[in-house]
Design a protein around this ligand. Structure first.
Ligand SMILES: *Cc1c(COP(=O)(O)O)cnc(C)c1O
Length: 473
């Protein structure tokens, strides 16, 4: 028999049904429990045969979606999903992503789809401008940008570039030695720890610097002492990571002071702004980037969190692409082509660990074009305003307290009754399905995080979440 590919007409029909399904899914989210309530194994046990001997109509997939999968989903686009950070999947991004899937291009080389590479560069140049990032990050300057799958991969990539620069290529040729060190605050995202593991530097190469007990931002004086001691002991500072918006509390490190302290020792300054960075589309939030233009060797922010762009889409820039390309360029015979030989094109496979890459810029461009700068600003401002609204409700109830001053769209609070009660409230709320929050530990004490910024979250959702949470006490 010949392969049963869908005919164009069948594709059109099922495609319309899928778009209808998504629109209905969004419309009905409000009535569903935010966090999935299934037990382990329940979804797997309810699945039909996933490889039937003969193919079935696509409609059966949609039927199982409703019957089996949806109850097993935690609804990240739910208006009261306030856990972790938002992973916004706006309608424009979904359509852009669908186009990318349909085009199905693979952009490992400029030559394998020139538009894929050039759209990505233009979109990132424009986004860098909108965030107030330095001109050096632009593709027509010494640096440039690339879309990575995640901030974790971007940070790993930054570390590889930093190793290339610090060792003059010896790390690439011979491997890493035991004198190399990496620095970040105790509040740094775990992806940096994973990066030192993957790079072969090992976890003992990572030096964690203390933070201010109130702001949770890095103690830069302590960083300075650590760097000086390490250098005096013959160690080599490779990279210092500054956090612009930590995952736990949204703390913003002082990039300017970190740069002043780190750069004289030759360390690469990487800025992890995975969640918060996109807020700089608003002039009033630009302060978070103070020092980035002067000091950052690399920078990452995730449009796939707050900025409405369906996962995965992580924007990564470097000030100077030479060490990055030095670290990762390879040209096997089967990838040789005339365009690469001219040296006039960017082959983005050299900008990250993997070879193959999909057309992610299309969904980001769809978001940027359809929202426009003003639309993106309105979205960010809405999130910040709603977070302030939640914080005001907390402050008006003396059974609760804010743990840190809210940063942008993140509110961190606790019940005054203590850690156990704080956790009990959060779990009870999550079990109820009314809203979904996550927790952290700040200065040794349990706290609950409320991460606002979802594209469907309204004033009413913030109020309803607060009533549900405080009503459980
Ligand atoms: C979310 C987050 C990351 C990791 O993001 P991924 O894109 O999932 O790898 C890294 N750093 C910070 C500060 C984050 O908030």
């Amino acid at each position: 028999m010949s392969a049963p590919h869908m005919t164009p007409e069948e594709f059109r029909r099922h495609g319309h049904a899928v778009v209808d399904w998504i629109a209905d899914y969004w419309a009905g989210l409000d009535d569903r429990p935010v966090r999935s309530q299934v037990a382990p194994g329940e979804v797997a046990a309810a699945l039909p045969e996933v490889l039937p001997a003969t193919g079935q109509d696509f409609a059966t997939v949609l039927e199982d979606l409703d019957r089996v999968l949806v109850p097993g989903l935690t609804h990240w686009q739910h208006p009261r999903f306030l856990a972790y950070f938002p992973a916004n999947s706006s309608p424009a991004a979904v359509l852009g992503d669908l186009l990318s899937s349909g085009i199905g291009a693979q952009g490992m080389l400029w030559a394998t789809s020139p538009a894929l590479t050039e759209v990505e560069q233009v979109v990132l140049d424009r986004l860098a401008g909108a965030l107030g990032l330095p001109d050096a990050f632009r593709s027509d300057g010494p640096g440039g940008g690339v879309i990575q799958d995640t901030a974790s991969t971007a940070t790993f990539t930054a570390l590889l570039a930093a190793l290339q620069r610090a060792t003059g290529g010896a790390a690439r040729a011979e491997g890493v030695d035991g004198r190399l060190r990496v620095y970040a605050s105790t509040q740094a995202h775990s992806s940096l720890q994973k990066a030192v593991v993957m790079s072969g530097l090992g976890e003992s190469s990572l030096r964690l610097v203390g933070v201010d007990p109130v702001t949770q931002a890095m103690d830069v004086d302590e960083l300075g002492r650590l760097l000086a001691d390490d250098v005096a002991a013959g160690l080599v500072p490779v990279l210092v990571q500054a956090a612009v918006g930590t995952t736990s509390t949204g703390a913003v490190d002082d990039v300017a002071r970190i740069g002043e302290v780190a750069r004289p020792h030759g360390a690469w300054v990487h800025v992890d702004a995975a969640w918060a960075g996109v807020a700089a589309v608003c002039p009033e939030h630009r302060w978070i980037h103070r020092g980035v233009a002067e000091h950052a060797d690399s920078y990452v922010t995730n449009p796939h969190k707050w900025l409405l762009t369906t996962f995965d889409c992580s924007a990564f820039w470097v000030r100077d692409r030479t060490p990055l390309l030095g670290a990762l360029s390879l040209l096997p015979e089967y990838l040789r082509n005339p365009a690469t030989e001219t040296g006039a094109v960017a082959d983005l496979r050299d900008w990250h660990p993997q070879l193959g890459r999909r057309f992610r810029a299309l969904k980001l461009m769809a978001v940027m074009r359809t929202y426009g700068l003003e639309g993106l600003q309105a979205h960010v401002r809405d999130g910040v305003r709603l977070a302030r609204r939640f914080a005001d409700l907390v402050e008006a109830d003396d059974r609760f307290e804010l743990v840190t001053e809210p940063v942008l769209g993140l509110v961190v609070l606790r019940a005054r009754a203590g850690d156990e009660e704080t956790l009990r409230l959060m779990h009870a709320l999550n079990d109820s399905g009314e809203a979904y929050l996550s927790h952290t530990v700040v200065e040794g004490r349990t706290a609950v995080r409320v991460a606002v910024g979802g594209w469907r979250t309204t004033d009413a959702d913030v109020d309803r979440t607060w009533q549900a949470l405080s009503g459980l006490l």
